[in-house]
Design a protein around this ligand. Structure first.
Ligand SMILES: Nc1ncnc2c1ncn2[C@@H]1O[C@H](COP(=O)(O)OP(=O)(O)OP(=O)(O)O)[C@@H](O)[C@H]1O
Ligand SMILES: [Mg+2]
Length: 541
């Protein structure tokens, strides 16, 4: 009971943690690993509580039996202790080897399953391009590697089982041989008492090495969960829901900068570095010394300037790449339509991400107080700075209305189209029919086998990207929120349909709502109350 409660508690803890991290705070653990924490690692808790009575009993049983056996057999029982030690050592080593092979086996199995899933998910494309043999070869190679490790693991398992039964069986024979060998007479009363006592310690003799192996696995599982539970969480103080000015709907304070946290490459190289150097920092040369100059412009504010005023292009570029939004500022009034335009990678999606607290904020002021040298140090400072709690009155993002988000890559659930649009809200036939009409979904429903009751398959493969975009837009409109963040929802649609939806939805249905609309279509811009043009993560105009 205790084990089940502990496992459930740990699973709940992992689940609640997963709600408090965002893609920028968690770069180490992917979804499969998190599922494994709950399904595999947390279950190891049950092992500890299940084995607890035996663990508590073991030392008493072993010590009492050893004392009595010494009393009966004297020094010849040392041979018995020797067998005990040999059994323990060999089984312990074999258990460790088995655990290592099991880990390797899991890794190889993962990689094979991943390639099989990839092949099955893209089977049409693979067949059309006649790539079948390439994937067949790849999967066969991975399977061969997996089988080789599986074979080795089975051999070690067999050895382990043999060992577990072999040594306890020879224990009595060896001890009696030594006893007689030392010139003692083996009387019946001694023989039967010793056999009875050895019967008592046979089980612990088998259990201790096994238990040690399980304990190692348990420790490794708890370590993995601990690492996950200790990762950085979303800084909730970045976004405040408050009403600063009754006219404002969205406010991003001028001069705010946002980034996506350390990259995977950074984390890998940093942990390698820490492994090599411990937590020691390398010495700083005077040439490397940098200082920050007080200035309003982005380059001088965010770029480290060397003492001799020279800075490398690579450092500058690395910093520019690191901060996805620089010196950004935005004020959207209630009911306004703000169009966001810009080149590919200019930061349009990032602008919406920072409003939904999916980016990390960094304060420009700390630059003026600190001197850093290398790009790694500056990044470290930025990351540290992003963790700081920001007082509510200084929050870089202030929202005063409820948000609906239409993502660039729509998220569609494995449910019917109607369920996807309602998204848990009550069904209102008039409202629903109107939304279907203005989002131009009527014709699509006629073509689908069960209309809006058609169940969307895994990864919504039975829908076109345009249909997915329209469903995602309908869901947002149905939610009836006050502020709409739309990340190019019409980009995948044909020009005629795009214009129709823009007029019906954005200009009429949502006319009194606040709309931040990312688009590539310049023809829409003259309807906008304000236009934000982004260039390299900064507002160009
Ligand atoms: N999750 C992320 N982690 C790290 N960097 C990211 C992430 N998402 C975007 N970036 C970086 O942020 C910058 C801006 O990307 P963003 O997706 O905001 O561009 P965009 O203007 O929306 O482009 P597009 O027109 O293709 O949608 C790019 O340099 C990109 O590499
Ligand atoms: Mg984008």
């Amino acid at each position: 009971m205790l084990g089940i409660k502990a496992t459930n508690g740990l699973s709940a803890l992992i689940f609640s943690k997963s709600l408090r991290v965002s893609p920028c705070t968690n770069k180490q653990f992917d979804l499969t690993q998190i599922v494994n924490f709950v399904q595999v690692d947390a279950f190891k808790m049950q092992f500890l509580t299940g084995q607890a009575p035996m663990i508590i009993r073991l030392p008493f049983v072993i010590s009492i039996c050893f004392i009595v056996l010494f009393a009966y057999l004297g020094l010849s029982f040392l041979s018995g202790i020797l067998i005990f030690v040999v059994t323990f050592a060999t089984n312990f080593l074999l258990s460790r080897l088995q655990a290592r092979l099991q880990k390797e086996f899991m890794r190889l199995q993962d990689s094979r399953v991943r390639s099989i899933s990839e092949a099955l998910a893209n089977i049409k494309i693979i067949k059309m391009n006649v790539w079948t043999h390439v994937f067949q070869k790849l999967i066969s190679e991975r399977r061969a590697l997996e089988l080789a490790v599986l074979w080795r693991r089975m051999c070690v398992s067999q050895l382990l089982i043999t060992n577990l039964y072999f040594f306890p069986q020879i224990l009595q024979a060896v001890v009696f041989a030594f006893y007689v060998g030392f010139g003692n007479e083996l009387r019946l009363d001694i023989a039967f008492t010793v056999i009875a006592l050895m019967g008592l310690i046979k089980d612990p003799l088998r259990a201790v090495p096994l238990f040690m192996g399980q304990l190692i696995e348990f420790r490794a599982s708890m370590r993995r969960i601990q690492d996950y539970l200790l990762i950085e969480e979303i800084n909730y103080s970045i976004v405040t829901e408050a009403r600063v000015d009754p006219q404002d709907s969205i406010l991003i304070r001028d001069g705010s900068a946002f980034h996506y946290g350390a990259s995977n490459a950074d984390i890998a190289s940093r942990s390698r570095e820490l492994d090599e150097l411990g937590s020691r920092r390398g010495p700083q040369t005077s040439q490397e010394q940098t200082m920050i100059q007080r200035s309003a412009s982005f380059t001088s504010l965010y770029m480290p300037v060397s003492l001799n005023e020279r800075k490398t292009d690579s450092t500058q570029k690395a910093l520019t790449d690191f901060l996805s939004l620089k010196q950004i500022g935005l004020r959207v009034k209630r009911g306004q339509l703000v169009c966001v335009i810009g080149d590919v990678g200019s930061g349009k999606t990032s602008l919406l991400n920072c409003l939904t607290n999916n980016m990390l904020f960094t304060d420009s002021l700390f630059y003026q107080q600190n001197c850093h040298q290398t790009i790694e140090d500056i990044k470290d400072q930025l990351l540290e700075n992003s963790k700081k709690e920001i007082p509510q009155f200084r929050s870089p993002v202030v929202l005063s209305e409820s948000l609906a988000l239409v993502q660039q890559n729509p998220w569609i659930q494995n449910k019917s189209i109607r369920d996807n649009i309602l998204f848990g809200a009550a069904f209102d036939s008039v409202k629903y029919a109107e939304i279907i009409q203005i989002c131009q979904l009527k014709k699509d429903f006629e073509e689908l086998p069960a209309g809006d009751h058609t169940v969307i398959g895994d990864k919504s493969i039975n829908l076109s990207s345009g249909q997915r975009a329209k469903i995602s837009l309908s869901r947002a409109v149905y939610s009836n929120k006050e502020c709409f963040l739309m990340d190019d929802p019409l980009g995948a649609l044909e020009a005629r349909v795009r214009h129709r939806i823009f007029k019906a939805v954005l200009l009429r249905k949502l006319a009194d709502k606040t709309r931040v609309f990312v688009t590539q279509e310049l023809a829409f811009l003259h309807h906008a109350d304000a236009i934000v043009c982004l260039k390299d993560g900064a507002v160009a105009f």
